[in-house]
Ligand binder design. Sequence first.
Ligand code: ADP
Length: 547
Amino acid sequence: MGVNGLMMQMPLLVSSLLEHAERHHKDSEVVSRRTEGDLHRTTLKEIAGRARQLASALTELGVQQGENVATMAWNNYRHLEIYYAVSGMGAVTHTLNPRYSPQQLIYILNHAKNRTVFFDQTFAPLVKGIAAHCPTVERWVMMVDEDKMPAELPTENVLNYEAILAKGDAGYVWPQFDENAACGLCYTSGTTGNPKGVLYSHRSSVLHAMVAGQPDGIGLCSKDTVLPVVPMFHVNAWGLPYLAMMTGFKLVLPGPRLDGASIYELLEAEKVTLAAGVPTIWLGLLNYVQQNNLKFSTFNKTLVGGAAIPISMIRALDALGVSTMQGWGMTEMSPLGTISKIQGPDLNLPKEEQFARIAKQGKALFGVDMKIVDEAGSELPWGGEESGELLVRGPWIIDSYYGGGGEKAFSIDDSGKKWFATGDVSRIDSTGLMQITDRSKDVIKSGGEWISSIDLENIAMAHPAVLEAAAIAVNHPKWTERPILVVVKRPNAEVTRDELLKFYDGKIIKMYIPDDVVFVNELPHGATGKIQKLQLREQFKDYQLPE
Ligand code: ADP
């Protein structure tokens, strides 16, 4: 080892973001739609003060450093205060996805040994159902104005958020500790087996936010107004709550109302410039805007991720003056790994070329190293036609699951580097542009070929009568598997099976064209808004293909 540099050691702590915001962006606004029904306005300075009060009050209540403190809450200012109070005092902000089944939530709360659970009043019935099965929980804290506490409480030991906070000391001083300490915990849905915990550190969260905000990342500045539709329980709303303090942009939090009309109203009223969410959310918004012939006056950038974004959606957003960025990542990656966006001279490319590029998942952010490997684990070259499983490493990528499990996903290469297998199948071009072709579980394996379900869905979604489509494998005696398409039509639109299959002609090789189309009223969506392919495959497992 050479000599040490002579620079200060300043730990990258979540509380340092808040201290920065309090000094440099104190008047930046945070607007929240509350479960109380109104639109609430506050500033980063007030949030910082209340977070200190809450941290002090939690200390008085006996919350310890390193302890997991759970939330079951929408995007709102109180949730933001908890993020900072809990992590800032050295405890762990454990966001629960309230869309998980009660059984999963009970499992998670017991696994994480939560003693304190904060919840929005929307989730009172959920609390009522699970409380008896969560013996470690000592207090349930309802996030509502004190005078709006319901007469009938969901369980024993329910406290009021504002009452607790009022007892805290706003002069509380954030403790300093090792930046490798845990600051957040998020369980993945675990489509197979029990949910698994991903434990973030202060260092990983701060570094992730620093890189995510860069121009080739999400690209945000203090003059933006940002609406995270992506929930704060879905991988920390993709880091936006941390970026808000770092950057000082105006933050608009949509609370419980995520339908097209409500989101449109917020985008317009609060002059939002950038909004982030999963494709299903934009489907709802676009539908509403198109049906009512509306326009956006300030909203011009969107970050879409969590599932592949169809080109038709990128095109429709562009027609409304909104440019799309695609983000790819996962809970295990904090979540951002790559971003796909068009900037600079590339804005002169023909539009369709731009859209095709955005529809790929993008280039790695600094800090994220990636490679693709074949079934034997050998590295595949970039720039080839071949796709393989995508492996990643980096300072905000998981090293091991909380409490163990999932060891198969981790490997060490010949040079001693540790890699995490994402479970995604992808292709990387010679410039490093990465394209997910499938989740390995969703690939359609037909006659020795791998058919990309994402490609098939992309084509279907480009048909004007198609609202949403999922391509899945069904068993076939000769080809092992063949693709079928499960489709939801747009309201008042018509298309037949044959017309839709004909639509594939010339767009993809013949052998990849689905064998059949099934029209349904609705596709099943999981807790993070993704189409539940597992459930669909189960539903169609005995499906008889036409001769
Ligand atoms: P969960 O499975 O619990 O919902 P995540 O929300 O972490 O977990 O999902 C991560 C997975 O979502 C990725 O491995 C990938 O399959 C998929 N995904 C995320 N973003 C994209 C994207 N932009 N394009 C395609 N797939 C994506």
